[in-house]
Write a protein that binds this ligand. Structure first.
Ligand SMILES: Nc1nc2c(c(=O)[nH]1)N[C@H]1C(S)=C(S)[C@@H](COP(=O)(O)O)O[C@H]1N2
Ligand SMILES: [Mo]
Length: 213
């Protein structure tokens, strides 16, 4: 059992610690308060579920016209893309040029035919983690349900078999070990969002905590 209290307090302390001025790179791709890294750190709550592809499925449910249950073969058969984006963790590291490969989230959502009333989403993960986001945000071109990065299938520690990638938000919105996508009419704060993290989480606006603008 991880020491939840310690993990949560430790992560919040990292996110709150003073910014490191002057570290933003020349093209301004590293947001304020972030430092560029190249070693792709691992960050999670310490439970790293092991899910075999033969047992893996992705469910889309809630306010949908047709509930969806994709197994691995069905997921692989969908149009595959590569999207290069930057990854910003609220604990103040950013890694640039991540070449995520997988299926556009909007292609998978379209298969489930979201109802008019569906406005918000909860991403549920195999480790029990949740995070919330507006449905519209998942329809962007760069949002990908990824199975590979840096030329390799996603390792278990980075969320394999499949994780969400939402480049325009801090990385806690990019749920690892993605299990299901639940659509609702109202917004339902997820694991970190109920613990004071910002609901929207734009790294370029430094929306770290709910009391930031
Ligand atoms: N399921 C799940 N997804 C998660 C987390 C988690 O604890 N569980 N942590 C989030 C946080 S805070 C970050 S910074 C990124 C880190 O991804 P990485 O470990 O691949 O670098 O995953 C996000 N997705
Ligand atoms: Mo994070």
């Amino acid at each position: 059992m991880p020491d939840w209290k310690k993990l949560i307090e430790g992560k919040i302390a990292l996110a709150k610690r003073g910014a490191t001025p002057g570290k933003a790179n020349a093209n301004n791709r590293v947001p304020a308060g972030q430092t560029e890294v190249k070693n792709f750190p691992v960050l999670d709550m310490g439970i790293k579920p092991s899910i075999d592809k033969s047992e893996w499925s992705l469910r889309v449910y809630g306010l949908v016209g047709e509930e969806l249950n994709l197994d691995w073969a069905a997921f692989q058969a969908l149009p595959q893309i590569t999207n290069v984006s930057d990854f910003h963790c609220v604990t103040r590291w950013s890694q640039l040029d991540m070449d995520w490969q997988g299926v556009r989230a909007r292609d998978i959502l379209a298969l489930a035919m979201p109802l008019e009333t569906a406005k918000f989403v909860t991403l549920h993960s195999y480790d029990g983690y949740t995070t919330n986001i507006a449905l519209e945000a998942l329809l962007d071109d760069d949002v990908i349900i990824a199975h590979s990065v840096l030329g390799q299938p996603l390792t278990r520690e980075h969320g394999g078999p499949v994780r969400m990638i939402v480049p325009k938000r801090y990385a806690w919105k990019s749920a690892k070990w993605l299990q299901s996508i639940e659509l609702h009419a109202e917004d339902r704060p997820g694991f970190w969002e109920v613990r004071g993290y910002h609901n929207y989480a734009d790294p370029f606006l430094e929306q770290r905590f709910s009391d930031d603008e």
